[in-house]
Design a protein around this ligand. Structure first.
Ligand code: G3I
Length: 323
């Protein structure tokens, strides 16, 4: 049985993958990506981001998002939609405009309204705000914070609730929050603040991206502990972008370490009541974002460039079987 079948037996809602538009013409790739017994959930790794969805002001183009979402619907794979608000992959018209606070709030609402309505009812979850915090727990300086102020996050969640189908899970998603540290505690404090307001800010989940390096990943204990912190604040969690990079050229020892790090991470989610599912940030080494961003590192995914499953695949399979 594939990973999603095993994940559901283990009590998760899904085991999923990110899918990238650049390789949709590769049928070997798409036949695995849309194999629902392997992946019961998909996330477009780029196709729903602002620069592609609203390339010119108030001009919307859903072709890249649809190219992933529509086949996923046909194959009965859940969709985690990604993302409404981020500092990265914004169109030039947006980043170079000299907006007032109220203009930018209007742009934000208009973008969320259009994209949420286009994908109305089609997303199990939306990553409403992505990567808003610095490692030290302060908010990242970007167009949103600098123009609107810290309230832009709450505002985005309120817009998301207003325009998505009721029941859509609204997530805050970030990296480096897979253990208790300044950043994860700041996210937890934000959740507590949101849910304790007189008019609560609607937030349902925190996405732990889980981009790890073999040998230094946080491990089972740290991940379960921070998931518990978020659960105490009242939100669900998911591992939303799991991958484990290794130093190149890789070796069989590194593949063993990578398998252990993948397995420990998945086990942490399985063992945590509030963790709903695991998504790998693509399953195919050839499209991984890692080599471009971390020169000298790579081979972070479950399938090699020639579509062979790695030890990490079987280690996850064993965890999900309860071995
Ligand atoms: O769109 C162009 C295309 O026209 C051109 O042919 C191609 C040539 O390289 O580049 C394409 O743009 C690339 C885009 O991915 C689509 O493939 C960009 O150069 C590249 O920078 C971009 O990288 C993406 C990255 O986000 C941007 O920061 C990765 O694929 C994507 O996996 C990555 O995803 C992020 C999550 O959204 C948030 N968390 C971290 C994660 C990893 O960085």
């Amino acid at each position: 049985p594939g990973l999603d079948i095993l994940a559901k037996r283990a009590g998760l809602l899904y085991f999923g993958t990110a899918i990238d538009n650049v390789v949709l013409n590769n049928t070997q790739y798409t036949s695995i990506a849309h194999n629902a017994s392997e992946f019961g959930q998909v996330t477009p790794s780029n196709g729903q981001k602002w620069m592609y969805i609203e390339p010119a002001r108030n001009v919307f183009n859903y072709s890249m998002g649809d190219a992933i979402v529509l086949p996923a619907i046909a194959h009965r794979q859940l969709r985690r939609c990604h993302n409404f608000v981020w500092h990265n992959q914004l169109p030039d018209w947006l980043t170079t405009g000299n907006w007032t606070k109220s203009e930018l709030e209007g742009i934000l609402e208009n973008h969320i309204r259009h994209e949420a309505q286009h994908y109305y009812g089609e997303c199990y979850a939306w990553d409403v705000v992505n990567e808003a915090f610095n490692d030290n727990g302060t908010l990242r300086s970007d167009i949103w914070l600098d123009t609107i102020g810290p309230e832009y996050i709450a505002l985005a969640f309120r817009f998301a609730r207003k325009y998505t189908r009721p029941g859509t899970k609204l997530y805050y998603n970030d990296y480096g929050i897979e253990r208790i540290n300044n950043k994860s505690l700041a996210v937890a404090a934000m959740v507590e603040d949101f849910l304790s307001r007189e008019e609560p800010v609607p937030i349902d989940g925190v996405g732990l991206q889980a981009h790890f390096t073999a040998g230094t990943s946080p491990g089972y204990e740290n991940i379960t502990r921070v998931i518990e912190v978020f659960a105490e604040k009242g939100v669900e969690t998911a591992l939303t972008e799991l991958d484990v990079r290794v130093k190149l050229p890789d070796s069989s020892e590194e593949m063993v370490q990578q398998a252990k790090d993948y397995a420990d991470s998945v086990r942490a989610c399985v063992d945590s009541e509030s963790c709903v599912g695991v998504t790998v940030w693509d399953f195919w080494d050839t499209v991984s974002w890692v080599p471009d961003t971390f020169p000298g590192f790579g081979d972070a995914c479950l399938w090699t460039a020639n579509f062979t499953k790695k030890p990490a695949y079987y280690a996850i399979s064993d965890v999900l079987r309860g071995d």
